[in-house]
Design a protein around this ligand. Structure first.
Ligand code: UD1
Length: 435
């Protein structure tokens, strides 16, 4: 298995370009299931999760071609309506096929994703919404099966503004008969982009980006042509890297309007943030000011930046209180940061991070995607060498991570972990008990 080795302490300087957003590319690629014909989605990042989408679309019968960041999906013939366990367990977002398959073909069978490292993550709200639209949902052998002759528009209140739930229901409602209103809907930029894409396909979606989304169903949609927006979480990760290394980095392609909560908190922490034409420039301060954050649905502080922001706060001048309000178990990085000298105490869903003078390199283990990113950030700022194992998590969400950081002056490389040779056990023949 590969690991990442970082010799920390270099100040990061220069320009880095943000890749296409993983969390937008995923629903956009699944939205191609809504209409027959040849779709084209560009600026798709080269990530493990995208590879999983490609496999899933292919299993369903679509013909997928990939040239660099451009995906061509011919979704004319969909031969299967089943998302199998093997794919859903490697990527939970696979449940996003539910809405489009049900809407277009009247039938979908999707493995239930089960829990994951950061929480239970049920899909009850996706199912409740589909039921309200007339779907018959059954559970069988770990699979959710949904059937409907044609979905009907409905008024749906989401108990929590779930991102995936909002996306699934928006796609389902796009082809339903009548009007669907989603209340307490998620308002993330990825939702706005999906609504825009559905409208480009001939759909009628209004209100995306607010808590009420109104979708007027249409009889059919046409193929999509769309370029994925820049990844706000990747962009934020580079900004924090600059802040932690007293660097000076221009994050090219970062969209300031998507980053209000993070930029506000960085400024509060004494980090210099300059919004330039087509880029955000970040200069790290001599000393970081400790600030508090609470993760919340958009436009609140993103849970996907919590681990990275915590890495920043480990070097703060006093104590920072970090509350995680979106997922119930998203502090897996804490123990690993502690191994690097961070002073963090957890109580329930709150962490108190007392700033230390410096972090010390150590062998650490990645536990989930964003937790891994926080360890990379800590390693970049730490003295000595940090070795991060289980980095397949990083490959789910960061494209060319080492290359991009090295171009900014970091010393980070990927090495193959060679298993130490274990001598074969001695075989003793003929003794009693040798079975
Ligand atoms: C998406 C993002 C993920 C991000 C998260 C929150 C993608 C591919 N992933 O995940 O990176 O961290 O939004 O911003 O876009 N919940 C329920 N019932 C449901 C659905 C969700 O209780 O039916 C709960 C979840 O357990 C969680 C919270 O709602 O505690 C938020 O989940 P949700 O917004 O659905 O996250 P995802 O769409 O899975």
């Amino acid at each position: 298995m590969d690991k990442i080795v970082i010799h920390g302490g270099n100040r990061l300087k220069g320009d880095v370009r943000v890749s296409g957003a993983k969390n937008s590319a995923l629903p956009l690629l699944f939205a191609t299931l809504l209409a027959p014909g040849v779709h084209r989605v560009s600026n798709v990042p080269n990530l493990r999760d995208i590879g999983t989408v490609e496999k899933l679309l292919t299993i369903l019968g679509a013909e997928v071609r990939r040239e660099g960041g451009v995906f061509t999906v011919d979704a004319t013939r969909i031969a299967s309506v089943e998302a199998p366990y093997d794919l859903v367990r490697t990527m939970r977002a696979s449940v996003l096929v539910l809405g489009p398959l049900l809407a277009r073909l009247g039938h979908a069978r999707v493995s239930l994703p089960g829990g994951c490292a950061i929480g239970a993550r049920p899909i009850n709200l996706h199912l409740k919404g589909l039921e309200a639209m007339g779907a018959k949902i059954t559970l069988d052998h770990g699979y959710v099966e949904a059937k409907a002759r044609r979905l009907k528009g409905a008024r749906i209140y989401l108990d929590f503004p779930t991102v995936g739930g909002t996306e699934n229901l928006m796609m389902a409602a796009a082809l339903a008969k009548g009007v669907t209103t989603l209340e307490n809907a998620a308002a993330e930029p990825e939702i706005v982009e999906l609504a825009d894409a559905i409208n480009c396909m001939g759909g009628k979606v209004r209100g995306a980006g607010t808590d009420t989304i109104v979708i007027e169903g249409v009889d059919e949609l046409r193929p999509l042509g769309y370029a994925v927006m820049p990844d706000r979480i990747e962009a934020g990760t580079f900004m924090i890297a600059a802040a932690m290394t007293r660097g000076d980095v221009r994050v090219i392609g970062a969209v300031p309007a998507h980053q209000d909560a993070l930029l506000g908190k960085l400024r509060e922490a004494g980090v210099e943030v300059l919004v330039e034409e087509g880029a955000i420039r970040v200069r790290g301060p001599r000393k970081i000011t400790s600030v508090n954050i609470k993760t919340q649905p958009y436009p609140g502080f993103p849970t996907d930046m919590q681990a990275q922001f915590m890495a920043l706060m480990t070097l703060g001048n006093s104590t920072s209180i970090i509350s995680e309000n979106v997922f119930e178990n998203r502090f897996m990085h804490v123990c690993e940061l502690q191994r690097m000298g961070a002073d963090i105490a957890i109580e329930g869903h709150t962490a108190a991070v007392r700033g230390v003078k410096s972090l010390l390199g150590a062998p650490v283990m990645a536990t989930d995607l964003r937790a891994s990113a926080s360890l990379v950030l800590a390693g970049l700022a730490a003295d000595n060498t940090t070795e991060i194992s289980r980095i397949y998590h990083l490959d789910r969400g960061y494209e060319r991570l080492e290359e991009k950081f090295n171009e900014l002056g970091a010393d980070i490389r990927r090495v193959s972990e060679v298993k130490e040779a274990v001598p074969a056990p001695l075989k003793v023949v003929g003794l009693a008990g040798d079975a």
